[in-house]
Design a protein around this ligand. Structure first.
Ligand code: ZN
Length: 263
């Protein structure tokens, strides 16, 4: 494909966009958050991770010949679970829903028909699942939702009891890799509500979920243990996430829910 090397969609002219995109093009919208991440991490943590992994993944996919494009990262999203904490900049679920639905309307007006939410903030997950179906039904887009990173899995840091979901080992390691100047490990502290591990049925990844705010747990408002975080682990998680995203984009490009039956 000729044209500019950049795969930043908004660096095209409108006419260039009309020429460059087709129904097979994959458009990636990273979603971040600006929210409290404990005393040791910056407010921009989720934005930084989503933006960095998404841009690296799209660049790598483009270098491999894929027809993938990236939109500017959405900074302000649904962080109401951290509303009480200083520096959290959040919008309500209905404002975010309206925002992504209207963005989808604009994307549907381009030749591209495949949209990928590349999400760096867990609090957006349920909403983006609903939005994915709204955009499918209302505008005929093929929509996809993927995490900004692969599931961290086993790591060599302190045990987090499956509760390391916010400002813990993996996020702290990723920011140590991406922007070590923004991390202050000297004030990092373990913040794991260990009493939750006593509940067999109720939990973050169990059969029974529950509505929560991040100041419900009697801890410092983060969930995890950042004290053993390392830039080396962050680099490995980053690289695995980029490699996996490139493979995922290739599947998205050829994905057809009807298996070709509706052509
Ligand atoms: Zn985060």
């Amino acid at each position: 494909m000729s044209g500019p090397a950049s795969r930043k969609l908004v660096e095209l002219s409108g006419d260039g966009l009309a020429r460059a995109l087709s129904a097979d093009s994959v458009v990636v919208l990273p979603t971040g958050a600006i929210e409290y991440h404990g005393p040791h991490l910056p407010l921009v943590t989720d934005y930084l991770i989503a933006d960095s992994v998404a841009n690296a993944s799209v660049a790598a996919a483009a270098a491999a010949g894929q027809d993938v494009w990236i939109l500017p990262t959405l900074a302000y999203t649904k962080s109401d679970e951290h509303h009480w904490a200083p520096g959290t900049m959040w919008i309500s679920w209905d404002t975010l829903m309206q925002t992504v639905v209207e963005l989808g309307n604009s994307i549907a007006a381009t030749p591209a028909k495949k949209l990928v939410f590349f999400n760096g903030h867990g609090g957006n997950l349920a909403l983006l699942q609903v939005a994915s179906r709204e955009l499918r039904r209302r505008f005929g887009l093929q929509t996809f939702l993927m995490g900004a990173t692969v599931p961290p899995g086993d790591h060599d840091g302190p045990e987090e009891l499956g509760l390391g979901i916010h400002a813990g080992h993996s996020e702290t390691s990723l920011v140590l890799h991406l922007r070590p100047d923004l991390v202050d490990l000297s004030v990092a502290e373990r913040s794991v509500p260990e009493h939750l591990a006593d509940f067999e049925h109720i939990g973050f990844r169990k059969r029974v979920s529950f509505g929560w705010l991040s100041n419900d747990f009697g801890t410092n408002g983060t969930l995890g243990d950042p004290t053993g975080a390392t830039a080396a682990y962050g680099a490995r998680l980053f690289d695995r996430s980029v490699e996996d995203a490139v493979a995922a984009f290739a599947e998205i490009a050829r994905f057809d829910a009807a298996g070709g039956a509706s052509a």
